[in-house]
Design a protein around this ligand. Structure first.
Ligand code: FAD
Ligand code: NAD
Length: 467
């Protein structure tokens, strides 16, 4: 039986990054992945394909609604939806091929097949065809990720009642779509189709969209997405979802308890994801999952069996690719005897709608609940010259600073390129900067980043210059 220093199960952003870091640190490393392509949810059916469609649909939307104002005529605009999906598929193919290259470059043994524990040091790898092989390892990193969560009354049939995976590869542009869940997936994919002309309904159980982010962001995003034509139904409880093969019938109760019904082409179920450990045979390794299906780990990502680690969507914390990557690096470095540390408070969250939404650190709601004295400073993009030039005036940036020390405790933004702008806030907070530190740094003019400086000025005592 071949033996490795480190065996990683799962080739998503958590697993493949862990394998690269372990190999960099001189460990004989193998990576087990059941699919023929690496990259996991993120590269195959998540981050990358959704952003490809978000970019394509935004171009279409701009051509339809903004080009004329820029003085650009494009004749009769048309949509080649199969081409849009084909371009997305090509982006995915190039990106996953890049991971194959990285595995080879780092001398990582790639084992294609489904991994399941035989005992705490041995994993059986069963390929789709052919015989299974057992491999042994001194250290094992579980990175098996997550799958879409289902509702008992809305089981995806993957035809008309779909998850994000099918929504990324539809054959035709739907005329109508109902999305259950006003979270990240619902709003990103809802935006894609609304921009392409689909009538999109978002049904959310709670009284806010993106409810875990700073509350002001969801309100502003809802305003922008309503302009796109998206219809929001908050505090609605879906009762039943049935498909006849051509359309889907959805029944929900509104907040007063009255029945509301829709008949739509597709129903996208986007109510969260569940950790995936099916068939992994954790018991054989002496492991079990918690009440939410996650593998319990300590601060060093170690499970209850000291030489087995778990990372990414299959453990506690945000289900984000960059969080999985940080954990992959940390697990590999811990195995190699190093002492890495992850500050989970500084992992940014981003929603790639337009305007984009991003946040890091404490929300205003959390600071209030914890009784932390703070000052908030905001700056609206409509006061930004750069935003006016690009016609992206929706949104604002909010800086939350400690009322006494002025240390930045949270930064929350909705606006153009917020997904990239948030990096400045992460750097500032990583170095425990104050709002005044940011407000005294030169920010190039005209850029969207000036809005961060202005919000920091506002947080240090109403000193914003351009509002
Ligand atoms: P995964 O990426 O799920 O990878 C797990 C891998 O393990 C899979 O390839 C699976 O096949 C394999 N596997 C599982 N069990 C076994 C087994 N027993 N044997 C062998 N292989 C196995 N996050 C962001 O940060 N930014 C985004 O923009 C973003 N967009 C998203 C859009 C969508 C539509 C979705 C669904 C998710 C998105 N995410 C995004 C979340 C992101 O995809 C996940 O957080 C990330 O992929 C988690 O990485 P992971 O390595 O833990 O697991
Ligand atoms: P989510 O947790 O972001 O949102 C789910 C939403 O569904 C919540 O608002 C919740 O209140 C609502 N909901 C739950 N049950 C409901 C019901 N019965 N009826 C109506 N609404 C209901 O989950 P998601 O959007 O499915 O995304 C899954 C994960 O994937 C997220 O954790 C996210 O981190 C990750 N993801 C990240 C990105 C990104 O980083 N840009 C993009 C897509 C997905």
């Amino acid at each position: 039986m071949e033996r490795f220093d480190v065996l990683v199960v799962g080739g998503g952003p958590g697993g493949y990054v862990a394998a690269i870091r372990a190999a960099q640190l001189g460990k004989k490393t193998a990576l087990v992945e059941k699919y023929s392509t690496l990259g996991g949810t993120c590269l195959n059916v998540g981050c990358i394909p959704s952003k490809a469609l978000l970019d394509s649909s935004e171009h279409y939307h701009q051509a339809q609604h903004q080009f004329a104002e820029h003085g650009i005529g494009v004749g009769e605009l048309s949509l080649n939806f199969p081409q849009m999906i084909a371009r997305k598929a090509a982006v995915v193919e190039q990106t996953t091929a890049g991971i194959d290259f990285l595995m080879k470059k780092n001398g990582i043994t790639r084992l294609e097949g489904f991994g399941s524990f035989v005992d705490a040091h041995t994993v059986r790898v069963t390929p789709a065809e052919g015989a299974a092989t057992d491999v042994a390892a001194d250290h094992i990193i579980i990175a098996t990720g997550s799958k879409p969560a289902a509702l008992p009354f809305a089981q995806p049939d993957k035809d008309r009642i779909i998850t994000s995976t099918e929504a990324l590869s539809l054959k035709e542009r739907p005329n109508s779509m109902l999305v259950i869940g006003g979270g990240v997936i619902g709003l990103e994919l809802g935006s894609v189709y609304a921009r392409l002309g689909t009538e999109v309904h978002v049904v959310e159980y709670l009284d806010a969209i993106i409810p875990t982010m700073d509350r002001g962001l969801g309100k502003e995003l809802m305003r922008s997405m309503k302009k796109l034509g998206v219809k929001f139904h908050l505090q609605y409880g879906v009762q039943s979802v049935t498909s006849n093969g051509d359309s889907v019938h959805v029944v929900a109760k509104d907040k007063k308890g009255a029945d509301v019904e829709w008949t739509v082409d597709y129903c996208l179920v986007a109510v969260g994801r569940r950790p995936y450990t099916d068939g992994l045979n954790l018991e054989a390794a002496g492991l079990s999952t918690d009440e939410r299906g996650r593998i319990p780990v300590d601060a060093n990502l170690r499970t209850s069996i000291p030489h087995i680690y778990a990372i990414g969507d299959v453990v506690r914390g945000a289900m984000l690719a960059h969080k999985a990557e940080e954990e992959g690096v940390a697990a590999a470095e811990t195995i190699a005897g190093e002492h890495p540390h992850i500050d989970y408070n500084l992992i940014p969250g981003v929603v790639y709608t337009w305007p984009e939404v991003a946040g890091v650190g404490a929300t205003e709601e959390q600071l209030k609940a914890d009784g932390v004295p703070y000052r908030a400073g905001s700056f609206p993009f409509k006061a930004s010259g750069r935003a006016r030039a690009s016609m992206d005036t929706d949104g604002f940036i909010k800086v939350l600073a400690h009322a006494e020390s002025d240390e930045i405790l949270g930064v929350h933004m909705i606006g153009p390129r917020a997904a990239d702008l948030i990096a400045e806030a992460v750097v500032a907070m990583e170095f425990r900067a104050t709002a005044e530190d940011i407000s005294r740094m030169s920010h190039a003019h005209p850029t969207f980043t000036e809005a961060i400086k202005e919000a920091a000025l506002a947080a240090t005592g109403d000193r914003a210059l351009h509002v």
